[in-house]
Structures are given as structure tokens and as C-alpha cells.
Design a protein around this ligand. Structure first.
Ligand code: HEC
Ligand code: HEC
Length: 328
């Protein structure tokens, strides 16, 4: 009797208390995710702010940060990121455990300059400033000060060199240059007016696809549709399909952080963690929509899932009827 009562006490008091404790810990986790908030609050004594969009430190040189808005920590601004590495007046890398942003090495600049002269300067000018040899405006816009990620995105997604400079919107194509050449071009263009974003590498191991899906519905679906199939926008422009499987995780981050053409730039309003969640959703469930949803059961397929549902459902009902029977 006594043993029974202690057991009842265990179930009635300790179990709910335990569950409550776990729930409380989970809530804490939501409000204090990791150590980022604390780590990001570090002060930088060497920082001299000359102009709101130009940040200078001795080690980092002058970095044009007009591409990142707001003062949100870990949202793409190197000077508000958990980690930053500068050397000899150059910004080398920054970021956190969700995304690392890296500038291509200085040693790439020379090759990039030659390649640019051959493949890009006819439309963007010798100095990438939109000025042609006779001082006239070039077909392509000035592209200095946009950050290495912008150049890498346009070249690696095959949009540049432009197939048809008169088209309303450059389309994604098989890239005509290698990933290395894209980085070389990015290194040279960025050396003319060092800016951010640098080229991102997302770390998606810990990313949350469900959170990413909600953020996608809020921020992206209006143009790309909820399924990511893409849609036409005003004046003959369009938001491309995101289900295209060769859009890499890196390019998804680059698109969000740089805002190509008519796409808005997402900086400040989305943290690197949120960007990683969205990227994980796009390159995961969106590009591979075979999973009908719900608990995947290791992807064994809808028939097996239905069977398991039947087993759990009917099995549960049987147990409940036993229990009711027992009481009466
Ligand atoms: C035939 C002309 C042409 C060539 C060659 C060309 N571009 Fe472009 N580029 C354009 C035009 C036109 C645009 C604007 C397109 C648009 O907005 O859709 C553009 C846009 C860009 C942008 C985006 C600018 C922005 O404001 O976001 C980048 C970056 C770029 N080009 C880099 C390059 C690089 C690097 C090369 C060489 C590999 C190159 N382009 C070759 C015509 C050209
Ligand atoms: C206002 C409309 C709009 C919104 C909102 C928008 N996009 Fe885009 N997106 C575009 C357009 C337009 C392009 C094509 C740009 C170009 O061709 O240069 C694009 C291009 C892209 C690409 C490149 C795909 C390719 O073909 O290489 C990716 C990836 C992308 N968007 C992801 C996103 C994500 C993720 C979000 C939400 C955080 C988002 N977009 C929000 C309009 C939008």
C-alpha cells in the first residue's frame, strides 16, 4: 500500500515537475541561445568611426559597411560579429558558428585583375567603376564597394558575364568561370573599395529547418511563393524558382545578404542564425520536397508511415479501452 502510494506520488508530482523543468530550460534556451549574445558584446578600443558607413581599425583597414544596416549583433556586420580576424590592414574573416564570412586572399588579386580586363571591363569599365575608356557610362553599372559576396554570387550563378546586357533581368545559367576564378574576380574588385559582405560559408549542422520554414513564409514567399517555385514581379522581372537543385547553400546566403537586382537585401533584420535556418530549409525541404511532411520515420515512405500511424492509433485506442474496462 505504502509502496503504491509512493509510486503514485512519483507519477503525479515528480513527472509533471520534471516536464515543467525541461520546458523551463527549453524556454531559457530560446531567450539565451548559446553564448553569442555575451560574446558579441565585446568592446573594440581600436575602432575609430569616421563615417557611419566606413569603419576603420588599424588591423582591419577601412571597411565599407554600407551593405549592412542596423546594429544587430551577428547579422552580417563584421564589427558586430562574435569573431573577427584582421591582419596588416585587411579584413580576413568574421562571423560566428552559424556563418563564417571570408574575403578571398590578397594573393588572388593579380589574377583577378587580368581576368576582369578580359571578361568584364568592356561592360563595367577598367576600374569596375562604370566608366568607359572615353569617360562614357558603360553598359554595366559600377560594381565597386559591393563586397566580395556580390561579385561571387553574380559570377558563380552564371549571371555574369552577362549573356544579354539589354535583358530586363540577368538569368541564372551554368557558370562560364570556375569557382576559383569567381573568387579571384571578387578579390580584385573588392580591393578597389574594401566592403562587406565577404563570401559566406554557412554551417548548417545545427540549423532548424522548421524555424527556417516560418521565416521563409514571412520574408521570402511573397516573391518566390510558399513552395519556392518563383513568380513574376512588375515590369517583366521575376523572382526565380528556388527549387533548382544546383543553387548552393552559399548562394542562398549570398542572395539574402547582398540582395541581387530586385530582391531586397536582408541584413540587420535577419541574424546569421536565422539566415542559416532559412538556408537549411531552402536547400533541404524546399529543394527536396519528396518528404510528405510530418515525422519522417527515416524516409521509409508514405505506406509505411500510414501503417505506423494505424499501429500507434489503433494500439492506443485498444489500451484506452482496456483502461476504461478495468475501472468499470
Ligand atoms: C555584356 C556586358 C557585361 C559583361 C561582359 C559583364 N557584365 Fe556584369 N553587369 C552587366 C549588366 C547590364 C548588369 C546589370 C544587370 C542586372 O541588374 O540584371 C551587370 C551587373 C553586374 C553585377 C551586379 C551589380 C549590382 O549592382 O548588384 C556584378 C557584381 C557584375 N555585373 C559583375 C561582373 C563581372 C565580375 C563580370 C566579368 C566576369 C561582368 N559583370 C561582366 C553587364 C555585363
Ligand atoms: C521583393 C521580392 C523578393 C523577396 C522578398 C525575396 N526575393 Fe529572392 N530574389 C528575387 C529576385 C527578383 C531575384 C533574382 C535576382 C537576379 O536575377 O538578379 C531573387 C533571387 C534569389 C536567389 C538566387 C536564385 C538563383 O536563381 O540564383 C535566391 C537564392 C533567393 N532569391 C532567395 C531568397 C530568400 C531566401 C528570400 C527571403 C529571405 C528572398 N529571396 C526574398 C526577389 C525576391
Amino acid at each position: 500500500m505504502r509502496a503504491l502510494r509512493t509510486r503514485a506520488l512519483r507519477v503525479r508530482v515528480l513527472l509533471p515537475a520534471g516536464l515543467l523543468g525541461i520546458a523551463a530550460l527549453a524556454t531559457l534556451g530560446v531567450f539565451f541561445p548559446g553564448t553569442d549574445a555575451a560574446a558579441a558584446g565585446h568592446s573594440d578600443a581600436a575602432k575609430i568611426v569616421l563615417n557611419p558607413s566606413l569603419v576603420t581599425t588599424k588591423a582591419c583597414g577601412t571597411v565599407n559597411v554600407k551593405g549592412v544596416t542596423g546594429s544587430v549583433h551577428n547579422a552580417g556586420n563584421p564589427f558586430k560579429s562574435s569573431n573577427r580576424f584582421c591582419l596588416n590592414g585587411h579584413l580576413i574573416s568574421y562571423g560566428n558558428r552559424y556563418i563564417t564570412y571570408r574575403n578571398p586572399p590578397q594573393s588572388f588579386i593579380r589574377a583577378g585583375q587580368l581576368l576582369f580586363a578580359q571578361t568584364c571591363s568592356s561592360c563595367h569599365g577598367n576600374e569596375a567603376n562604370g566608366v568607359g575608356p572615353d569617360g562614357q557610362a558603360t553598359t554595366g553599372p559600377p560594381i565597386q564597394g559591393l563586397g566580395a559576396a556580390t561579385v561571387d554570387f553574380w559570377v558563380s550563378s552564371g549571371r555574369m558575364p552577362a549573356a544579354d546586357p539589354k535583358s530586363v533581368e540577368a538569368e541564372r545559367r551554368q557558370s562560364r568561370l570556375t569557382p576559383l576564378q569567381a573568387l579571384e574576380l571578387a578579390a580584385w574588385v573588392n580591393s578597389l573599395d574594401p566592403a562587406v559582405p565577404a563570401v559566406p560559408t554557412p554551417h548548417l549542422q545545427g540549423a532548424n529547418q522548421s524555424v527556417g520554414q516560418d521565416l521563409f513564409s514571412l520574408n521570402c514567399a511573397a516573391c518566390h511563393t510558399i513552395e519556392g517555385t518563383g513568380d513574376s514581379l512588375a515590369f517583366g522581372t521575376f523572382a526565380p524558382s528556388l527549387q533548382v537543385k544546383n543553387i548552393t547553400a552559399q548562394q542562398v546566403v549570398e542572395a539574402m545578404r547582398t540582395g541581387p537586382a530586385n530582391m531586397p537585401r536582408f541584413s540587420g533584420n535577419l541574424t546569421d542564425r536565422q539566415v542559416a535556418d532559412i538556408t537549411s530549409y531552402v536547400t533541404g525541404r524546399l529543394q527536396h520536397p519528396t518528404n510528405p511532411g510530418g515525422f519522417a520515420l527515416g524516409g521509409v515512405g508514405p505506406v509505411a508511415e500510414g501503417f505506423v500511424a494505424l499501429l500507434i492509433g489503433v494500439g492506443g485506442l485498444v489500451l484506452i479501452s482496456f483502461w476504461i474496462g478495468e475501472r468499470t
